[in-house]
Design a protein around this ligand. Structure first.
Ligand SMILES: [Zn+2]
Length: 356
């Protein structure tokens, strides 16, 4: 009965209740996104006629009751949590993924909204609970965009996403009974990352854990980015005015320090220190799990080649890892508990630890 009571709270009551405990939730400086780039999704033929939509799964009743303010550019629109989550899950994970992975994604997306609502002031967005920028909050794809993207598969894919959202209706991921910062990313190589090695604050549930994806099942898990030494120097000089580039380009990048998850924590470029995260941002690298190679000492002919492993910031749930876990028989609860150490779905709060 307690569970039912919890989930029937309206948004207003829930937000008020959370504000009491919001002082316990410290904003993590430098956290800019639940994730940072949606998984590249294949474009379906837009010319095919859409299938009839006769049997779409209904919204979950808890998500249908809650309204979310969604900011898209300069405009803010209000929609049900269910409607938001369908667009967010469809924007963040391919519909071809396993149902249990889509369920894990819907729980993470719902949790991200509750986390924003319950966060200490100042809020990420003063006038909205979440935005549609994947570089800030999470991607969101409207039904019109989905029709275009999915073409003939629109009805089938939409039904699959709606079913995944409805299956986790109202449930968010908790740690110490609070909504967690449900960070996620496309893929990691071998293990995920500790939050404090990417952002400035540690979280007990955002710690490095093994993840199962390989190059065979996660496209682009290992990839290379080639940047001419000339472009590298120009970009670095703009961002780091103190850099001094000597005649031997092979000595431009030095002191690469790796964290315990094997990602570049920091390095020196032309003598100036830069974090791996900043380097990734500057050169648009897929992750900070990098090795660096300079092909020539001559800046007029050589390149800097970054080999990257994984895609995204590496913190929290790996989406490709979640999909592989689901293929191997894990349900969404197991996926969530694997990637968010010590966290539990909110509907398990009252059953956890009770010996029967
Ligand atoms: Zn945002």
């Amino acid at each position: 009965m307690k569970k039912i009571a919890l989930f029937s709270l309206t948004l207003g009551i829930f937000a008020a209740a959370l504000s009491i405990v919001s002082a316990l939730i410290f904003p993590m400086e430098g956290v800019s996104a639940a994730r940072d780039a949606p998984i590249e999704q294949e474009q379906e033929s837009p010319s095919a006629p859409p299938e009839p939509e006769t049997s779409l799964p209904p919204p979950g009743e808890n998500d249908a009751r809650v309204n979310v303010r969604v900011k898209d550019g300069d405009s803010v629109s209000e929609m049900s949590m269910f409607e938001y989550l369908v667009g967010a899950v469809a924007g963040e994970m391919p519909a071809s993924f396993e149902p249990e992975a889509l369920r894990a994604q819907s729980a993470a997306a719902r949790t991200y909204v509750w986390y924003n609502i319950s966060a200490a002031e100042p809020k990420k967005h003063a006038d909205a609970d979440v935005c549609t920028d994947p570089g800030c909050c999470a991607a969101f794809t409207s039904e019109t965009e989905l029709r275009e993207k999915w073409g003939a598969d629109f009805g089938k894919n939409l039904a699959k996403i709606r079913a995944a959202v409805a299956a986790t209706d109202g449930i968010y991921i908790t740690y110490d009974s609070e909504p967690i910062l449900a960070a996620f990313h496309a893929s990691s190589y071998g293990s995920t990352e500790n939050a404090e090695d990417v952002w400035s604050g540690a979280r007990p549930y955002l710690v490095s854990v093994p993840t199962p994806e390989t190059s065979e099942d996660a496209p682009g898990l290992i990839s290379a980015a080639t940047i001419s030494l000339k472009d590298f120097k120009e970009t670095a000089l703009k961002a780091l005015p103190d850099t001094v580039f000597g005649a031997d380009a092979e000595k431009w990048i030095t002191d690469v320090a790796y964290d315990e998850a094997g990602r570049a924590a920091s390095m020196k470029i032309g003598g100036a220190e830069i974090t791996g995260a900043r380097l990734r941002e500057l050169f648009g690298l897929r992750s900070t799990a990098i090795t660096v190679y300079v092909s020539s000492p001559d800046e007029n002919t050589g390149d800097v080649i970054f080999t990257t492993a994984g895609h995204g910031h590496g913190v929290g749930m790996s989406q490709y890892g979640a999909n592989i876990m689901a293929k191997n028989g894990a349900d969404w609860r197991e996926i969530i508990k694997t990637y968010y150490t010590g966290a539990i779905p909110s509907d398990e709060i009252f059953t956890e630890g009770i010996a029967l």
